[in-house]
Write a protein that binds this ligand. Structure first.
Ligand code: PBG
Length: 327
């Protein structure tokens, strides 16, 4: 008796056929692994992100080696500085926590890992805002651009391959590009958080990196989740300003934005699967409600299918392990 396959089920009959017919394939080299580096020198678990830790500066190069060992080719560094001030000056200190981490990773791993640095101020300002607060607590665009440019140049000087502005200030790509070029870093790329939405999915990150705004919110600079057109305007502006990679953030609730950016622009499109996306899966898995590993893989493939070629994700390590096991 022939197998009674219907037309649409024919290519689903066996695992080998399913593998043959699949359209998206996730690779460890598509993933960017975030790292939180804590200047205090302590290693501490992140309560709201089970399985992840803030690492001590002395452990950074070793951690990066473990990440590279899984086939992941890029890390994204976030600093947790020991001091904050109004100007966020620790963000551009040559001996700053991220700058030192960049040098350590480069010294140990050369070019085998791409080093990306988050270029923002919110962990470093006492206001917890991504820009510089001016009159009446309003976030001043020009002053913020100047500060962000200094941060980017200091990260480039330390040896970053990619700077990743996440402050959502208008003109941040143009300002940073000009500053990098003027400082002799024309070869450093910019992966902008082009369409970074004002999202409640960032809560675990703000806990992990102590960067919650101390007054107000980020609604005056991040993109509202009620407008896909505003997101496209942001992406278009970054492309015009010479961005190398555009990023959409968060990922899972914004697949339409990722797909649209992929369709409209000929630059690499990255997606940032944020802390809340990770936490939701982990929390449900811990309670036995879902198979966390399976849900994570499904989500990452969906983000890939939507059009993101690069995915920043807290699942990077476990996904890379799973991909290796599946070979
Ligand atoms: C800071 C920054 C945030 C994230 C990345 N960089 C937080 C925010 O804007 O409040 C969020 C990342 C995540 O939730 O995983 N500019």
């Amino acid at each position: 008796m022939p197998y009674p396959a219907t037309r649409l089920r024919r290519l689903r009959r066996s695992e080998s056929l399913r593998e043959l017919a699949r359209e998206v394939r996730l690779d460890a080299a598509d993933l960017v692994c975030p790292m939180f580096v804590d200047e205090s020198g302590r290693r501490s678990g992140i309560e709201s992100m089970p399985g992840l830790a803030r690492v001590a500066p002395r452990d950074v190069a070793g951690e990066a080696g473990a990440i590279r060992g899984l086939g992941i080719r890029a890390v994204m560094l976030f600093g947790i500085p020991s001091s904050k001030d109004a100007a966020g000056s620790a963000a551009h200190a040559d001996g700053g926590v991220v700058q030192r981490a960049i040098r350590d990773i480069r010294a140990e791993h050369g070019d085998s890992l791409a080093i990306m640095a988050d270029t923002c101020l919110c962990q470093y300002t006492d206001t917890g805002h991504c820009g510089i607060a001016g009159e009446g607590g309003r976030i001043a665009n020009d002053a913020s651009l100047e500060a962000l440019s200094r941060v980017a140049v200091s990260q480039a000087r330390a040896g970053a391959d990619v700077v990743s502005p996440s402050a959502m200030m208008d003109g941040q790509v143009a300002a940073i590009r000009a500053a990098l070029d003027a400082a002799g870093h024309a070869d450093v790329a910019i992966m902008s958080h082009s369409a970074k939405h004002a999202s409640s999915f960032y809560a675990p990150f703000r806990d992990a990196a102590s960067c919650a705004p101390q007054f107000g919110d980020r609604l005056t600079y991040q993109v509202p989740y009620t407008s896909a057109r505003a997101a496209m305007q942001e992406v278009a502006a970054d492309v015009e300003e010479g961005v190398d990679i555009v990023m959409i953030k968060p990922a899972l609730a914004y697949l339409d934005i990722i797909a649209e950016a992929r369709r409209r622009f000929d630059v690499p499109v990255a997606a940032y699967s944020v802390s809340g996306e990770y936490a939701l899966v982990k929390a449900a898995a811990e309670r036995g409600m879902v198979d966390g590993a399976a849900v994570a893989m499904e989500a990452l493939h969906a983000i890939r299918r939507a059009g993101a070629g690069i995915i920043v994700t807290y699942f990077a390590r476990e996904a890379a392990e799973a991909l290796r096991g599946a070979q």
